[in-house]
Write a protein that binds this ligand. Structure first.
Ligand code: ZN
Length: 80
């Protein structure tokens, strides 16, 4: 939906992007003290109301998130 701007449920192309803001209360707190927050962007289908949410992958967020991923034991699950 984000890349194609086509609804994943009804295949409509009437999809708008609603950018989140850094002051939004729906942001996701992260970091050691949870002082940073990840901004979410929304993609909304105007035909069926389907909504997809994406976290904005800023360099700062990715730096923190990659560390969490390295710590998690789910890493490597994708080889069989
Ligand atoms: Zn739709």
């Amino acid at each position: 939906m984000k890349d194609t701007l086509t609804c994943g449920k009804c295949a409509s192309r009437k999809v708008i992007e609603m950018k989140g803001t850094t002051v939004s209360h729906s942001n996701i707190p992260y970091g050691a003290m949870k002082l940073s927050s990840a901004v979410k962007d929304y993609f909304v289908c105007l035909d069926c109301g389907n909504c997809e949410v994406y976290v904005r992958l800023t360099p700062k967020f990715l730096k923190w998130a990659e560390k969490q991923w390295e710590k998690s034991d789910r890493r490597g699950d994708d080889y069989v």
